[in-house]
Design a binder for this molecule. Structure first.
Ligand SMILES: Cc1cc2nc3c(=O)[nH]c(=O)nc-3n(C[C@H](O)[C@H](O)[C@H](O)COP(=O)(O)OP(=O)(O)OC[C@H]3O[C@@H](n4cnc5c(N)ncnc54)[C@H](O)[C@@H]3O)c2cc1C
Length: 444
């Protein structure tokens, strides 16, 4: 009888901490460990028990500081070398499962294409939808797949035509009187039905009030991941994975998040973070109409009246072309009034850092940054703002940034195109004088 060659078991190693690399992120490794192999010491660093470690690598993958590695004994390393020489005969079970999942029809390989949700209110599309089609086009080209928009609403066929002009190859349209007003239950059902039917690998939505509500509900229903408020989206072309980057840990690091084993990969992006693509008038594509199958009696919420709440004087700073933004360096409300005069003079709008909002010098709806608005102005003048990362993520994509700060080491100068090291109380009045004399407009 033929003797089967003995299959060598591939060593999987044990997790261990790399000296001096832990960033004390808050025990994410411990939370991820399925075998209770990790305890935290007084410095919030992990102590990993080799006996309890089951080599699952979850802690290695989750660590934002790349501070944990898999360790192999010299004997195990020798086996690995032998296996490599034989062409890598043994494959760990986990990798094998993943490979199978990716290649079966019910697995992630069946999901194809990049989709953008077209958010609309009373038949008018939110600008973020077109901005996302611009980014979606780049992602679709990188993956070699189609770019599609999906539109839900009542009498919104014209938005399909618009989506083609903004670059969509296909539009999936669900048009029904029951979708006239946004209600989570009805939009959730519509989105989930259409996504499950056509299986896009990537779904992008605007991180607006509506988008935040809908994206979270859809991702939960589809049992997939969602990265909210992304500031950058790219493709790992080798693995065909969406790299979803956003600020994490209070903005102190930028985290790139992957949805490796579930589909679709879902991400939301705030308005004005991505530039709009070129509008191609008259562009055409394929329109696919889908029925909406819910009945009114199955939707628990009813819209009785829509009340517009924007108060007098409220401005959407996210759409402003020129922003004069003040920080704690302005020192008082009176000094802030100087910024208002300057802004008015140059056709701009006043905004502020969180400190300025906390001081009560500017309203919260004008706060720029991670917990405020993301702006993409043509001109951003930062006055007495230090440039904390939480502020920078909200304004660094502005076309031209001028920073005025008396501290030449302030981080705001790292993103500024023009830096003025000086006292803002002197610089702004002298700029006001200069503009009075020349009567020039700063964006001309
Ligand atoms: C979870 C989280 C979310 C946050 N979200 C936001 C957010 O959305 N937006 C935001 O802005 N912040 C946010 N912050 C706060 C952020 O970390 C900073 O504290 C804040 O941005 C600092 O505001 P500032 O630059 O006005 O004040 P400071 O950091 O105090 O800077 C004041 C600057 O003014 C300069 N200055 C002082 N006097 C003068 C003068 N006479 N002339 C010129 N320069 C002068 C100083 O040199 C200094 O650089 C967040 C923080 C956390 C933890």
């Amino acid at each position: 009888m033929d003797q089967q060659p003995k299959k060598i078991k591939k060593p999987r190693g044990k997790a261990r901490l790399l000296e001096g690399k832990c960033i004390a992120c808050g025990a994410r490794c411990q939370a991820s460990c399925p075998s209770d192999a990790i305890e935290m010491n007084a410095k919030e660093e992990p102590i990993i028990s080799a006996e309890k470690c089951i080599s699952c690598q979850k802690c290695v993958k989750i660590c934002p500081g790349s501070a944990i590695e898999m360790y192999f004994t010299p004997e195990e390393l020798k086996i690995l070398e032998e296996l490599a020489a034989q062409g890598g005969a043994a494959v760990p079970a986990e990798e094998e499962e993943k490979k199978q999942e990716k290649t079966t029809d019910s697995g992630i390989a069946a999901w194809k294409g990049v989709w953008v949700f077209v958010e609309q209110f009373e038949g008018h599309a939110h600008e973020v939808s077109w901005e996302l089609l611009g980014k979606g086009r780049i992602l679709a080209n990188d993956l070699g797949v189609e770019l599609a928009a999906f539109v839900l609403g009542d009498n919104v066929r014209h938005l399909a035509d618009e989506a083609f002009c903004w670059g969509a190859d296909k539009v999936y349209l669900m048009d029904s009187p029951l979708l006239k007003h946004y209600r989570t239950t009805s939009y959730l059902k519509g989105c989930v039905d259409i996504i499950n039917k056509y299986k896009p690998e990537i779904v992008l939505m605007g991180a607006t009030g509506l988008g935040r509500d809908l994206a979270g509900a859809v991702a939960t229903d589809l049992k997939t991941g969602l990265t909210a408020d992304c500031t950058s989206l790219t493709i790992d072309t080798k693995m065909r994975l969406l790299e979803q980057t956003r600020p994490a840990f209070g903005g102190n690091i930028m985290a790139t998040i992957l949805t490796e084993t579930h589909r679709p990969q879902m991400a939301s992006v705030r308005p004005h973070v991505m530039p709009k693509p070129e509008y191609k008038a008259g562009a055409k594509g394929q329109l696919i109409e889908e029925p909406f199958t819910m009945k009114e009696e199955d939707i628990p919420t009813k819209v009785i009246e829509i009340i517009h709440t924007a108060s007098e004087g409220s401005v959407n700073i996210a759409g402003a072309k020129i922003l004069v933004s003040g920080g704690r360096g302005m020192l008082s409300l009176d000094n802030f009034k100087m910024l208002e005069r300057f802004a008015e003079m140059i056709g701009g709008v006043v905004a502020g850092s969180r400190c300025a909002v906390d001081e009560g010098w500017v309203k919260h709806d004008r706060q720029v940054g991670q917990t405020g608005k993301t702006v993409h102005s043509k001109l951003y003048i930062a006055c007495g703002i230090s440039g904390a990362i939480q502020h920078l993520v909200g304004m660094q994509d502005s076309d031209f940034i001028i920073a005025i700060n008396k501290d030449k080491t302030a981080p705001i100068f790292d993103v500024a195109h023009l830096g003025i090291v000086g006292d803002v109380m002197e610089v702004i009045p002298s700029l006001i004088e200069k503009f009075k004399q020349t009567n020039a407009h700063p964006t001309e």
